[in-house]
Each structure stands twice: as C-alpha cells, then as structure tokens.
Design a protein around this ligand. Structure first.
Ligand SMILES: [Zn+2]
Length: 87
C-alpha cells in the first residue's frame, strides 16, 4: 500500500524566537574587526550593554552565509576567540 508522504511545514522552528546564541569562532568567517567607543549595543557574549566608556569590538563577519555584525567587550572578544563561555 502506498501513501503520499505529506511534509508538515510546521516542523520548521523559527530561529528568532529565543535569543540567538553567539556563533562559535569556527563558524564565523570574520572579515574585519573594528575597535571603537561603545554605543550601547549589547555584547554578543555576555549580553551586557557596551557603554560609551568601554571599547566596542565589532566583528564584521559571515555567519552561515549571512553577513552579521558581532559586538564584544575587549575581554569578551578574547574569551570568545578562545572559546570560553562568559556565562
Ligand atoms: Zn561582554
């Protein structure tokens, strides 16, 4: 007996429903790294705001084929590069 195989599309998980985890450095093709004054953007590692008195490390990267900008505190950038989880 043959049956049609229905493919339920509702299986697809929306990936934006929970906060995006920071991609592993090995998954990131970084194009450029900038250091500049913080502008209140949330750090991608510790999730805390990078304030004006701190340095914002911005990584211009390709993640999963998509351009993405990652923001880090200096120490978080170092932690991220070495694969350590700040939390
Ligand atoms: Zn941080």
């Amino acid at each position: 007996m043959s049956r049609k195989t229905a493919r339920p599309t509702k299986n697809l998980k929306p990936c934006s429903s929970k906060h995006e985890a920071v991609p592993a450095p090995s998954d990131v093709h970084s194009l450029q790294v900038w250091g500049g004054p913080g502008q209140g953007a949330p750090c991608d590692l510790c999730r805390n705001e990078i304030g004006p008195g701190e340095v914002d490390y911005e990584v211009e990267a390709i993640v999963d084929g998509q351009p993405r900008a990652l923001h880090f505190h200096i120490r978080c950038f170092e932690l991220w590069k070495t694969g350590t989880d700040a939390a």
